[in-house]
Design a protein around this ligand. Structure first.
Ligand code: ATP
Ligand code: MG
Length: 271
Protein backbone atom coordinates (compact mmCIF):
# COMPACT_ATOMS: atom_id res chain seq x y z
CA UNK A 1 0.00 0.00 0.00
CA UNK A 2 1.27 3.43 -0.93
CA UNK A 3 0.09 6.18 1.42
CA UNK A 4 -0.41 9.62 -0.07
CA UNK A 5 -1.29 12.76 1.86
CA UNK A 6 -2.67 16.02 0.46
CA UNK A 7 -1.74 18.80 2.83
CA UNK A 8 -1.54 22.57 2.97
CA UNK A 9 -2.29 24.41 6.18
CA UNK A 10 -3.91 27.14 4.10
CA UNK A 11 -7.67 26.50 3.87
CA UNK A 12 -9.75 26.25 0.72
CA UNK A 13 -6.87 25.39 -1.63
CA UNK A 14 -8.45 22.22 -3.03
CA UNK A 15 -7.20 19.49 -0.68
CA UNK A 16 -10.62 17.82 -0.45
CA UNK A 17 -11.42 18.32 -4.16
CA UNK A 18 -8.09 16.65 -4.97
CA UNK A 19 -8.44 13.77 -2.48
CA UNK A 20 -11.98 12.91 -3.58
CA UNK A 21 -11.17 13.18 -7.32
CA UNK A 22 -7.82 11.38 -7.32
CA UNK A 23 -8.94 8.58 -4.95
CA UNK A 24 -12.04 7.87 -7.02
CA UNK A 25 -10.06 8.00 -10.30
CA UNK A 26 -7.42 5.57 -9.01
CA UNK A 27 -10.22 3.19 -8.00
CA UNK A 28 -12.35 3.54 -11.13
CA UNK A 29 -9.82 4.19 -13.92
CA UNK A 30 -6.85 2.21 -12.65
CA UNK A 31 -8.79 -0.51 -10.86
CA UNK A 32 -6.75 0.01 -7.71
CA UNK A 33 -8.02 -0.77 -4.25
CA UNK A 34 -8.15 2.57 -2.46
CA UNK A 35 -8.74 3.55 1.16
CA UNK A 36 -9.46 7.20 1.98
CA UNK A 37 -8.65 8.45 5.47
CA UNK A 38 -10.40 11.69 6.41
CA UNK A 39 -8.38 13.57 9.05
CA UNK A 40 -10.51 16.72 8.82
CA UNK A 41 -13.23 17.29 11.46
CA UNK A 42 -15.12 19.34 8.84
CA UNK A 43 -16.03 15.91 7.35
CA UNK A 44 -16.19 17.19 3.76
CA UNK A 45 -14.68 14.06 2.25
CA UNK A 46 -16.61 11.85 4.68
CA UNK A 47 -19.96 13.31 3.68
CA UNK A 48 -19.26 12.63 0.00
CA UNK A 49 -18.58 8.92 0.50
CA UNK A 50 -20.35 7.94 3.70
CA UNK A 51 -23.84 8.99 4.64
CA UNK A 52 -23.55 11.46 7.50
CA UNK A 53 -26.54 11.70 9.81
CA UNK A 54 -26.03 15.17 11.30
CA UNK A 55 -29.17 14.89 13.48
CA UNK A 56 -27.90 11.70 15.08
CA UNK A 57 -24.46 13.23 15.55
CA UNK A 58 -25.98 16.35 17.06
CA UNK A 59 -27.64 14.36 19.84
CA UNK A 60 -24.58 12.16 20.34
CA UNK A 61 -22.29 15.15 20.74
CA UNK A 62 -24.81 17.12 22.82
CA UNK A 63 -25.47 14.24 25.22
CA UNK A 64 -21.91 12.93 25.12
CA UNK A 65 -23.23 9.45 24.25
CA UNK A 66 -21.58 8.35 21.06
CA UNK A 67 -22.83 5.01 19.79
CA UNK A 68 -20.21 2.32 19.68
CA UNK A 69 -21.11 1.18 16.18
CA UNK A 70 -20.01 4.23 14.16
CA UNK A 71 -16.28 4.05 14.62
CA UNK A 72 -14.29 6.85 12.99
CA UNK A 73 -10.70 7.96 12.64
CA UNK A 74 -11.04 9.59 16.04
CA UNK A 75 -11.49 6.18 17.71
CA UNK A 76 -8.47 4.94 15.79
CA UNK A 77 -6.25 7.78 16.99
CA UNK A 78 -7.37 7.37 20.59
CA UNK A 79 -7.19 3.59 20.86
CA UNK A 80 -4.04 1.79 19.81
CA UNK A 81 -5.70 -1.58 20.49
CA UNK A 82 -8.73 -0.98 18.24
CA UNK A 83 -8.99 -3.18 15.13
CA UNK A 84 -8.72 -0.76 12.19
CA UNK A 85 -11.21 -2.91 10.23
CA UNK A 86 -13.94 -1.70 12.59
CA UNK A 87 -13.42 1.86 11.27
CA UNK A 88 -13.37 1.06 7.55
CA UNK A 89 -16.64 1.73 5.69
CA UNK A 90 -17.43 0.63 2.16
CA UNK A 91 -18.50 3.37 -0.26
CA UNK A 92 -21.00 2.96 -3.09
CA UNK A 93 -18.05 2.96 -5.52
CA UNK A 94 -16.11 -0.16 -6.42
CA UNK A 95 -12.62 -0.50 -4.91
CA UNK A 96 -13.17 2.54 -2.70
CA UNK A 97 -13.41 2.42 1.10
CA UNK A 98 -13.17 5.18 3.69
CA UNK A 99 -12.23 5.70 7.31
CA UNK A 100 -14.59 8.58 8.12
CA UNK A 101 -13.95 11.59 10.26
CA UNK A 102 -16.22 12.78 13.04
CA UNK A 103 -17.08 16.30 14.18
CA UNK A 104 -15.46 15.81 17.58
CA UNK A 105 -12.11 14.90 16.01
CA UNK A 106 -11.05 18.46 16.78
CA UNK A 107 -11.40 17.69 20.49
CA UNK A 108 -9.48 14.43 20.20
CA UNK A 109 -6.15 16.20 20.09
CA UNK A 110 -6.16 17.08 23.79
CA UNK A 111 -7.06 13.50 24.70
CA UNK A 112 -4.27 12.16 22.48
CA UNK A 113 -1.78 14.36 24.28
CA UNK A 114 -2.99 13.01 27.61
CA UNK A 115 -1.94 9.49 26.65
CA UNK A 116 1.75 9.60 27.41
CA UNK A 117 2.41 5.87 26.92
CA UNK A 118 2.50 5.97 23.11
CA UNK A 119 4.32 8.63 21.08
CA UNK A 120 1.56 10.89 19.75
CA UNK A 121 2.79 11.12 16.19
CA UNK A 122 2.78 7.42 15.34
CA UNK A 123 -0.76 6.31 16.13
CA UNK A 124 -2.18 6.36 12.60
CA UNK A 125 0.99 4.84 11.14
CA UNK A 126 0.80 1.88 13.52
CA UNK A 127 -2.81 1.17 12.56
CA UNK A 128 -2.22 1.52 8.80
CA UNK A 129 0.73 -0.88 8.95
CA UNK A 130 -1.77 -3.63 9.78
CA UNK A 131 -3.58 -3.27 6.43
CA UNK A 132 -0.55 -2.77 4.16
CA UNK A 133 -1.49 -5.80 2.07
CA UNK A 134 -5.20 -5.01 1.76
CA UNK A 135 -5.07 -1.82 -0.36
CA UNK A 136 -2.98 -0.41 -3.22
CA UNK A 137 -3.37 3.18 -2.07
CA UNK A 138 -4.31 5.04 1.08
CA UNK A 139 -5.21 8.68 0.36
CA UNK A 140 -5.34 11.07 3.33
CA UNK A 141 -7.31 14.33 3.48
CA UNK A 142 -6.24 16.89 6.09
CA UNK A 143 -7.58 19.98 7.82
CA UNK A 144 -6.04 23.41 7.29
CA UNK A 145 -3.87 23.39 10.41
CA UNK A 146 -0.56 22.19 11.76
CA UNK A 147 -2.10 19.81 14.27
CA UNK A 148 -0.92 16.60 15.86
CA UNK A 149 -3.67 14.86 13.86
CA UNK A 150 -2.21 16.09 10.56
CA UNK A 151 1.30 15.24 11.78
CA UNK A 152 -0.01 11.68 12.29
CA UNK A 153 -0.95 11.73 8.61
CA UNK A 154 2.47 12.99 7.52
CA UNK A 155 4.22 10.38 9.65
CA UNK A 156 2.12 7.60 8.10
CA UNK A 157 2.63 8.83 4.51
CA UNK A 158 4.99 7.84 1.72
CA UNK A 159 4.27 10.87 -0.48
CA UNK A 160 3.15 14.43 0.19
CA UNK A 161 1.22 16.49 -2.37
CA UNK A 162 0.62 20.19 -1.78
CA UNK A 163 -2.30 21.87 -3.56
CA UNK A 164 -1.87 25.64 -3.93
CA UNK A 165 -3.96 28.54 -5.11
CA UNK A 166 -2.30 31.50 -6.74
CA UNK A 167 -2.61 33.87 -3.81
CA UNK A 168 -0.49 35.24 -0.97
CA UNK A 169 -1.90 32.80 1.60
CA UNK A 170 -0.81 29.87 -0.53
CA UNK A 171 2.72 31.27 -0.67
CA UNK A 172 2.89 31.24 3.13
CA UNK A 173 1.20 27.83 3.20
CA UNK A 174 3.86 26.42 0.87
CA UNK A 175 6.66 27.76 3.09
CA UNK A 176 5.09 26.30 6.24
CA UNK A 177 4.45 22.92 4.59
CA UNK A 178 8.03 22.69 3.30
CA UNK A 179 9.44 23.44 6.76
CA UNK A 180 7.14 20.84 8.30
CA UNK A 181 8.12 18.34 5.62
CA UNK A 182 11.77 18.75 6.63
CA UNK A 183 10.98 18.24 10.31
CA UNK A 184 8.76 15.17 9.79
CA UNK A 185 11.29 13.65 7.35
CA UNK A 186 13.70 13.33 10.28
CA UNK A 187 11.49 10.65 11.80
CA UNK A 188 9.69 9.43 8.70
CA UNK A 189 12.60 8.88 6.33
CA UNK A 190 10.37 7.29 3.66
CA UNK A 191 8.30 10.49 3.21
CA UNK A 192 8.93 11.88 -0.28
CA UNK A 193 7.79 15.17 -1.71
CA UNK A 194 5.29 14.12 -4.38
CA UNK A 195 5.00 17.71 -5.52
CA UNK A 196 3.05 20.97 -5.51
CA UNK A 197 0.31 21.79 -7.97
CA UNK A 198 -1.94 24.75 -8.63
CA UNK A 199 -5.71 24.48 -8.31
CA UNK A 200 -8.41 26.94 -9.34
CA UNK A 201 -5.78 28.08 -11.83
CA UNK A 202 -6.36 31.08 -14.05
CA UNK A 203 -3.24 31.74 -16.09
CA UNK A 204 -4.59 35.01 -17.44
CA UNK A 205 -4.42 36.73 -14.06
CA UNK A 206 -1.26 38.70 -13.29
CA UNK A 207 -1.32 37.51 -9.67
CA UNK A 208 -1.26 33.89 -10.90
CA UNK A 209 1.85 34.59 -12.95
CA UNK A 210 3.60 36.37 -10.06
CA UNK A 211 2.85 33.63 -7.51
CA UNK A 212 3.73 30.92 -10.03
CA UNK A 213 7.07 32.57 -10.89
CA UNK A 214 8.05 33.04 -7.26
CA UNK A 215 7.21 29.46 -6.27
CA UNK A 216 8.88 28.14 -9.40
CA UNK A 217 12.06 30.01 -8.50
CA UNK A 218 12.17 28.60 -4.96
CA UNK A 219 10.52 25.16 -5.30
CA UNK A 220 10.81 24.62 -9.07
CA UNK A 221 11.95 21.00 -8.69
CA UNK A 222 8.72 20.17 -6.85
CA UNK A 223 6.18 21.83 -9.13
CA UNK A 224 4.04 19.30 -10.99
CA UNK A 225 3.42 20.21 -14.65
CA UNK A 226 -0.36 19.93 -14.26
CA UNK A 227 -2.51 22.92 -13.33
CA UNK A 228 -6.07 22.25 -12.18
CA UNK A 229 -8.38 24.80 -13.80
CA UNK A 230 -11.38 26.52 -12.26
CA UNK A 231 -14.78 25.04 -12.97
CA UNK A 232 -18.25 25.08 -11.51
CA UNK A 233 -18.22 21.29 -11.96
CA UNK A 234 -15.99 20.94 -8.90
CA UNK A 235 -18.35 22.96 -6.72
CA UNK A 236 -21.45 21.27 -8.14
CA UNK A 237 -20.06 17.76 -7.70
CA UNK A 238 -19.12 18.52 -4.10
CA UNK A 239 -22.56 20.03 -3.47
CA UNK A 240 -24.21 16.91 -4.93
CA UNK A 241 -21.69 14.76 -2.99
CA UNK A 242 -20.61 12.89 -6.10
CA UNK A 243 -16.92 12.47 -7.05
CA UNK A 244 -15.91 14.64 -10.01
CA UNK A 245 -15.47 11.85 -12.56
CA UNK A 246 -18.81 10.26 -11.65
CA UNK A 247 -20.49 13.67 -11.91
CA UNK A 248 -18.81 14.41 -15.26
CA UNK A 249 -19.08 10.90 -16.68
CA UNK A 250 -20.14 11.77 -20.24
CA UNK A 251 -17.91 11.52 -23.29
CA UNK A 252 -17.00 15.20 -23.54
CA UNK A 253 -15.42 15.86 -20.19
CA UNK A 254 -14.86 19.32 -18.79
CA UNK A 255 -11.31 20.67 -18.79
CA UNK A 256 -11.08 20.38 -14.99
CA UNK A 257 -11.95 16.65 -15.10
CA UNK A 258 -9.23 16.16 -17.74
CA UNK A 259 -6.83 18.10 -15.50
CA UNK A 260 -7.57 15.82 -12.55
CA UNK A 261 -7.21 12.75 -14.80
CA UNK A 262 -3.73 14.05 -15.76
CA UNK A 263 -2.84 14.63 -12.11
CA UNK A 264 -3.98 11.10 -11.22
CA UNK A 265 -1.87 9.70 -14.07
CA UNK A 266 1.11 11.68 -12.80
CA UNK A 267 0.63 10.31 -9.26
CA UNK A 268 0.04 6.78 -10.56
CA UNK A 269 3.20 6.78 -12.67
CA UNK A 270 5.44 8.20 -10.00
CA UNK A 271 7.60 5.47 -8.58
N1 ATP B 1 -10.75 23.49 -9.42
C1 ATP B 1 -11.77 24.09 -8.80
N2 ATP B 1 -12.64 24.87 -9.50
C2 ATP B 1 -13.66 25.48 -8.86
N3 ATP B 1 -13.93 25.39 -7.55
C3 ATP B 1 -13.08 24.62 -6.80
C4 ATP B 1 -11.97 23.94 -7.39
N4 ATP B 1 -11.33 23.26 -6.40
C5 ATP B 1 -12.01 23.52 -5.27
N5 ATP B 1 -13.05 24.33 -5.50
C6 ATP B 1 -14.03 24.84 -4.51
O1 ATP B 1 -13.31 25.64 -3.58
C7 ATP B 1 -13.73 25.38 -2.25
C8 ATP B 1 -12.54 24.85 -1.44
O2 ATP B 1 -12.09 23.63 -1.99
P1 ATP B 1 -11.74 22.38 -1.06
O3 ATP B 1 -12.83 22.16 -0.08
O4 ATP B 1 -11.34 21.27 -1.91
O5 ATP B 1 -10.47 23.00 -0.31
P2 ATP B 1 -9.74 22.46 1.00
O6 ATP B 1 -8.29 22.80 0.86
O7 ATP B 1 -10.08 21.04 1.23
O8 ATP B 1 -10.43 23.35 2.13
P3 ATP B 1 -10.27 23.16 3.72
O9 ATP B 1 -8.89 23.64 4.05
O10 ATP B 1 -11.36 24.00 4.30
O11 ATP B 1 -10.45 21.69 4.00
C9 ATP B 1 -14.86 24.37 -2.36
O12 ATP B 1 -16.08 25.08 -2.38
C10 ATP B 1 -14.64 23.71 -3.70
O13 ATP B 1 -15.84 23.24 -4.29
MG1 MG C 1 -10.96 20.09 2.89
Amino acid sequence: MKTIIFFNNKGGVGKTASVTSVAHMLASQYNKKVLIVDLDPQMNTTSMFNEVNFMKQFFEVYKGEKSGTDKSVEDLLLDTELDIHECIKKTEYDNLDIIPSYLTLSEAEERMKADVRTPQQFKLKEHLEKIQDEYDYCIIDTSPSVSIININGLVAADELYVPLRCDGGSLLGAAIVMNLYKVVSRYNSKLKMGGMFFTQWNGRKNVSKSVYNLLNEVFGQYIIPVNIGTSKNVEESSLMQIPLLAYDSGKNKSKVTEDYLKLTEYIFERI
